[in-house]
Design a protein around this ligand. Structure first.
Ligand code: 3HC
Length: 692
């Protein structure tokens, strides 16, 4: 089997692309397709050509791994499409699975497109920080109209073949065997002349307001990003300029986008996310158990949110509380969340009832005896957790997974109270647990491979991005965020205003800065952690400026006031009295406030994450730098187009990161220092370890 097979079916030449797993447009594919087209052109008995994907899908796009190659070595997708566009005989793309990016562009270069009903088509390039670079920006608007094309190219989301049929993007749906259907279609159109060419059409619905509205829209949806505005410019060119002009401009702008740090960041995350699903040392045949039922202990905000993930996946949940009113309140919140979704039209009331019917409330922990997995989601107190796990050990059936949702505590210590530590694992959800995509999967010393593999599979099933981490205080995400919080408080102590510190992270693309985030999470949480740490270390109770704010009863959004004031819109407003509190605090400590630039603030905060990330990496708490990036993007709102904190640091150059850390009085982690000295990046470290 060659990368592009030629097979003659009477008067039709079938070109089958065989480039598993997703038939990406890798080296060899263009050569194979061009050779097939030449063969078909040279043979008078061939009346049409069908292009089809072997295996599970049509072409899923350009080969992203080749984006780093010099231009002359990149697979010639554009040349192949030009050849198709000029081809004298009918060409038919036969689509199953997904035709994405360059895959859809290839199909749009053909005279016709047929597809099976469950196929999907789309131009997801924006998600990689690029733009459709092989005619997509010029052809899609000509088929589906300016508005719809912009919607598809700016969201990057695919549409179903049924919708594509209505839009004229697909010419016919095939029931049954795709190849047979495509051959019949090709024969039916073998003599049609002139051949339909999308490049010759005009763009429907191309009023100038459509582009103006798109430009306005991306200011909100894609703040700070480069490629969306280039996409709008090119779609407008499709509507206003000859095809050839738009086609040439697209090539130039594609290269500009591809070579940007934003695209490198998004591509890094694309691969890091897939890599994070792989656990070194765990083979594919590690046995997993199917999770058919779940038990959750605690119906508070976390427990309720966790339960919703299972209900959404059709897995029945038994939820336990200690008092009826807490249970009723918890169930009420879950129902209300679903009803709100229904009000927005994103689910029906029937769906709401269906999900609620899968939920069994109880006050008796013994009702968890048949659950395949039990997740404890009570407040952060080691003694309480130990007591629960001792009871669970007696109640749970053999083989059940016993999970804790702790965000900081030692999972080994929790496991130690059971006679089955191999069944104990940490599953750290992020609030709101029904929304946030991240799941830190905390592997304790004795967690079995099977429990780990089952947890990874479960994460996928409940639509989370699962990342394996090791046991330490705060695991990966919170351990880093604690250092970041320390640095943020220090910046204010030295002279910055809280709102300026937040603005410095907003400027980097984070929707919330450190203080906006802690006001949302609840200031009492950080306060309790600092108090606990002080107690353990035998220090007096914490007395920073932020502790003084908390001691005034200002616990953040939940009390209507924290570092900032809040009204019903939840927009933070600086409070003059708190500013005075901070000034008094500085005066008391003898600190003369100084001007702190936004650049200093951004660097100190971002690099405090990086520095702790490097320690975490060196200790093996995270498996790869890419895992840390995935955690920060899905759990903490770090902008994906920066690639996560570790990729961001590599992009800045680790030498300059080290120099800045030293300039601002932080001690660079040994690993960071070494990589910087050797002129390496975190990706090089992953490669050294044979990972990533
Ligand atoms: N290039 C290179 N590798 C790719 C790839 C691509 N376009 N798409 C997927 N892969 C790889 C993945 O990295 C993964 O590799 P691994 O097994 O070594 O981890 C493997 O293929 C399978 O991918 P998934 O795990 O994602 O498989 P799924 O079945 O869950 O999803 C998919 C399949 C929907 C095709 C998904 O992989 C996807 O969305 N791929 C990206 C599609 C895309 O963005 N295409 C546009 C590319 S840019 C472009 O075309 C530019 C052009 O306009 C010039």
């Amino acid at each position: 089997m060659s990368i592009v097979d030629q097979s003659r079916q009477d008067d039709i030449l079938v070109l089958t692309i065989n480039n598993p797993p997703v038939n990406a447009f890798s080296p060899g594919v263009p050569e194979g397709l061009k050779a097939g087209l030449d063969a078909a052109a040279a043979d008078d008995t061939i009346r049409a050509v069908v292009i089809i994907g072997g295996g599970r899908t049509f072409v899923a796009g350009a080969d992203i791994r080749t984006f780093n190659l010099p231009r002359e070595q990149s697979p010639d997708l554009r040349g192949t499409i030009q050849k198709l566009d000029a081809f004298p005989k009918p060409t038919v793309a036969a689509i199953h699975g997904t035709a994405l990016g360059g895959g859809l562009e290839l199909a749009m270069g053909c005279s016709y497109r047929v597809a099976v009903k469950d196929a999907q088509v789309g131009l997801p390039e924006v998600k990689l920080g690029v733009l459709p670079g092989a005619g997509g920006t010029q052809r899609l608007p000509r088929v589906v109209g300016a508005q719809k094309a912009l919607e598809m190219m700016l969201s990057g989301n695919p549409i179903k073949a049924t919708e594509a049929l209505q839009l004229g993007l697909i010419d016919q749906l095939v029931d049954g065997d795709l190849l047979a259907g495509a051959l019949a279609f090709a024969r039916g159109h073998a003599d049609t002349r002139p051949l339909p060419r999308i490049s010759e059409k005009a763009v429907p619905g191309a009023a100038p307001e459509v582009f103006a509205a798109a430009r306005e829209g991306i200011k909100k949806t894609h703040r700070g990003q480069l490629s969306p505005s280039l996409i709008v410019d090119l779609a407008e060119m499709a509507a206003t300029k000859p095809f050839a002009e738009g086609w040439d401009a697209e090539a130039t702008l594609f290269m500009q986008a591809k070579d940007s740090p934003q695209s490198r960041g998004l591509r890094h995350i694309f691969f890091a996310e897939r890599e994070s699903a792989k656990i070194p040392g765990l083979t594919k045949d590690t046995p997993t158990t199917e999770i058919r039922s779940a038990g959750i202990i605690g119906a508070g905000t976390m427990g309720g949110g966790i339960a919703m993930n299972f209900l959404n996946a059709g897995i029945p949940v038994t939820i336990v509380e200690t008092a009826q009113d807490a249970l009723d309140r918890g169930l009420g919140v879950i129902r209300k969340n679903y009803e709100n979704t229904a009000k927005k039209g994103r689910m029906t009331m029937e769906d709401v009832e269906g999900r609620m019917a899968l939920l069994t409330p109880t006050l008796d922990m013994a009702d968890l005896k048949d659950a395949d997995i039990i997740i404890e989601a009570v407040f952060e107190n080691m003694d309480v957790k130990k007591e629960i796990f001792t009871r669970l050990d007696a109640i749970a059936k053999p083989g059940a997974i016993l999970a804790t949702n702790t965000s900081t505590l030692d999972v080994n210590e929790i496991a130690s109270v059971t006679k089955r530590p191999e069944s104990v694992i940490g599953l750290h959800f992020f609030s709101p647990a029904n929304v946030m995509k991240l799941l830190e999967i905390v592997r304790a010393d004795q967690t079995s491979d099977s429990v780990l593999a089952t947890s990874m599979a479960l994460a996928k099933k409940i639509r989370k991005v699962g990342v394996v981490v090791g046991v330490c205080d705060g695991f990966v995400g919170n351990r880093m965020v604690h250092r970041y919080g320390d640095e943020a408080r220090k910046l204010v102590e030295e002279g910055a205003k809280p709102e300026d510190v937040d603005a410095s992270m907003n400027a980097l693309g984070l929707p919330m800065g450190p203080f906006q985030m802690s006001d949302m999470a609840g200031l009492d949480i950080g306060y309790a952690i600092r108090a606990h740490q002080a107690k353990v270390a035998g220090r007096p109770k914490p007395d920073g400026w932020l502790d003084r704010i908390v001691e005034r009863g200002r616990k953040g959004q939940k009390t209507g006031a924290g570092i900032y004031d809040y009204d019903e819109t939840r927009k933070p407003r600086p409070n003059a009295e708190m500013q005075r509190l901070i000034e008094d605090y500085r005066a008391e400590k003898g600190v003369t406030p100084r001007e702190i630039t936004q650049e200093e603030s951004t660097k100190r905060l971002a690099y405090s994450l990086v520095n702790e990330g490097a320690r975490i990496l060196e200790e093996g708490i995270a498996q790869r730098a890419g895992d840390i990036d995935v955690i920060y993007i899905y759990g903490y709102g770090f902008p994906a187009y920066r690639g996560g904190p570790m990729q961001y640091a590599s992009e800045q150059g680790l030498q300059s990161v080290v120099a800045d850390l030293e300039r601002y009085g932080q001690t660079p982690a040994p690993l960071l220092k070494r990589l910087a000295d050797e002129g390496k990046t975190f990706a090089d470290f992953d490669a050294e370890k044979g990972r990533g």
